[in-house]
Design a protein around this ligand. Sequence first.
Ligand SMILES: C[S@@+](CC[C@H](N)C(=O)[O-])C[C@H]1O[C@@H](n2cnc3c(N)ncnc32)[C@H](O)[C@@H]1O
Length: 187
Amino acid sequence: MKDNKYYELQAQLSLPFLSTSSEALAQIFKTLEKRFGLKKRSTQKLIDLGAGNGNVIIFSALNYSIASIGIEISDILINEIKERIKILKEKKIYLSKILHKIDIKKGDLFQQDLNNFDFVYLFSLPTMQKYLKHVFLTAKEGTIFISYKYPLDGFDSILKLEHVLDMKLKRDLLKTYFYEKLNSSAL
Ligand SMILES: C[S@@+](CC[C@H](N)C(=O)[O-])C[C@H]1O[C@@H](n2cnc3c(N)ncnc32)[C@H](O)[C@@H]1O
């Protein structure tokens, strides 16, 4: 990705940092396990498009021990994730092979190729979703997209809505939307 601070600022204005809580993630990952074939300690791979402070990828690696990759544009947030991983290493509660499953990369989610992933996590906003079609098209058939809080509208030819999870959280009632990637060559 080009080192373009103005682009990075614009990106964060169109999709600012907000995080998914561990409470919500516990319910979302249980659903992935029960309905979408997520298997602990498998070779499955998850990517979080816009990883924020790493809540999703850290939860995924520590609880499911699968490769958990985050793409994030903000250097500040990337450093925060690295610091969290360093603290986890120092605490020595988790095996280093589990912590190695967490991988944070600086990058632009609009340039991400999803071909290699089984699960794609997004906490996006309805206002910027319309620019994601070319990214979604790179995913292989059967990839599960998890959209926290907001549905992915307008992608009916690419993504099939499979499940809506209603979550009663301590401070909120929220939904998470699960989609399956359709066969793009049939389009
Ligand atoms: C709503 S937050 C979600 C954080 C995390 N996925 C979670 O659920 O806890 C969106 C994140 O996307 C990042 N972001 C915004 N535009 C981006 C871009 N073009 N490429 C990569 N990351 C981006 C923001 O910096 C922010 O951290």
